[in-house]
Design a protein around this ligand. Structure first.
Ligand code: NAD
Length: 415
């Protein structure tokens, strides 16, 4: 049996295949197969009960040829260096697909944030900010939230960063609360971007959105805003799920009422008029468009042959395992890959950074129009590459991004 690749190894394999397909000089792969810099820090936190517990923190710069590195801060009990390196590299590729002037980075702390008190979480975040202060910066590396962190964590982080540097530079971190320099439209941006990607794919492949049956795995930030946008375009939301289970109604469900129900009861389960299904069932229900927007590895070799959608918009990061991709391709299912489909979030983070640096803030309409332009252009650019090389949209996205990073490295004289 083939050895199961780690996230970093599987990322490298994709990159190597793409470099070979494009006939790039070997020095491109040589550079991008090593993260540029890694900072590991020990964070000895004084707990509420007076004991001291040490947590490990890390920040990674993968590649900065196209600009400052950018990527989230993850608080998770099972963070390992391999996954962090892969996540940092994916940010290099995602930022390049949507043509943002950024490289890729990532970081985090090996901690279960739910196991800490609010005070402990704040002290740990402040300690991390001090420990990595010289490794981040508006022109160096720009973090944002990721799994286990949120706008409040960003606020504690910049407060500490301001104290260390003696300068108020809100652009050092994005997805901040609006009152601290956050951008309008950031909260809805990833789901909205998924919708814009679907609009372009629907035009290219003749899959009308009006009346389309849409199924979503997850009903958190990304799925929710995607659902609102699809419903506004006349699509029917036939299925959604969360970690407790899922719901299905072939006639469609009102996504706003479903959100109200989830807020009240803690789950989509029990929504009026809908059948109960499992958390994983939205992947295989009868639908035209599938948006996996929960976790990685949702579409596998076990369920890929049962997928009925014509179009998949990858809201989550890494929802399709590579072997399942082959099965989807054999079934002629169009997959808009994560590094394009869910790039709306980092795109509006970039807008936030621009607004912070200008000290001039945009309306929600301006943010939205610019997001639409970026997503539309990214889709067309990657489709052009996929047509040119006769490969999937996913490989087309890698061709586009690796080509852009290689060009920057060549011009800088690094390769
Ligand atoms: P979230 O925490 O708001 O929502 C996640 C949803 O998934 C929740 O409804 C949760 O109940 C559900 N879920 C968890 N386990 C599940 C399971 N086993 N089966 C079905 N549902 C399950 O997170 P989010 O911000 O919406 O992120 C979702 C995905 O999108 C993640 O992969 C994330 O990395 C990716 N992503 C998010 C953003 C962003 O801006 N929020 C940007 C890019 C990518």
């Amino acid at each position: 049996m083939a050895k199961k690749l780690s996230p970093w190894e599987s990322q490298l394999l994709n990159v190597k295949k793409t470099c070979d397909l494009m006939g790039l000089e070997p020095s491109v792969y040589e550079v991008v197969s090593h993260p540029k810099a890694i900072l590991k820090v020990a964070l000895p936190l004084k707990m509420d009960d007076g004991t001291v517990k040490t947590f490990e923190g890390v920040r990674i710069h993968h590649n900065d040829a196209r600009g400052p590195t950018k990527g989230g801060i993850r608080y998770h009990p099972n963070i390992d260096m391999d996954t962090e390196m892969a996540l940092a590299a994916w940010m290099t590729w995602k930022n390049a697909v949507v043509n943002l002037p950024y490289g890729g980075g990532k970081g985090g702390i090996n901690v279960d944030p739910k196991a800490l008190s609010k005070g402990e979480l704040e002290r740990l975040t402040r300690m991390y900010a001090v420990a990595i202060a010289n490794f981040v910066g508006v022109d160096l590396d720009v973090p944002a939230p990721d799994v286990g962190t949120n706008a409040q964590v960003m606020a504690w982080f910049i407060d500490e960063y301001y104290k260390v540097t003696g300068r108020i530079t809100p652009g050092v971190i994005t997805a901040k609360p609006i009152s601290l320099g956050g951008s309008l439209g950031r909260n809805a941006a990833t789901g909205r971007g998924c919708y814009f990607a679907a609009v372009e794919a629907s035009k290219s492949y003749g899959i009308p959105l009006k009346g389309a049956k849409v199924s979503l795995q997850g009903y958190g930030n990304v799925a929710l805003h995607a659902a609102y946008n699809f419903a506004n375009a006349g699509s029917k939301i036939v299925s959604a799920s969360d970690s407790k289970g899922g719901v299905y109604n072939k006639d469609g469900m009102d996504p706003w009422k479903l959100k109200e129900h989830k807020d009240k009861t803690g789950s989509v389960l029990g929504f009026k008029g809908a059948e109960t299904i499992s958390s994983a069932d939205p992947i295989t229900v009868d639908c035209d468009i599938l948006c996996p927007a929960a976790l990685q590895n949702a579409i596998t070799t076990e369920n890929a042959s049962d997928v009925k959608a014509k179009l998949i918009i990858e809201g989550a990061n890494g929802p399709t395992v590579p072997e399942a991709d082959k099965i989807l391709a054999e079934k002629d299912i169009i997959v808009v890959p994560d590094i394009c489909a869910n790039a709306g979030g980092v795109t509006v983070s970039y807008f936030e950074w621009v607004q912070n640096r200008q000290g001039f803030y945009w309306t929600e309409e301006e943010v939205d129009q610019r997001l639409e332009r970026v997503m539309l252009k990214a889709f067309h650019d990657l489709k052009e590459q996929s047509d040119k090389y006769k490969v999937s949209l996913r490989t087309g996205a890698y061709v586009l991004s690796i080509g852009r990073v290689a060009e920057a490295m060549r011009l800088l004289g690094r390769i």
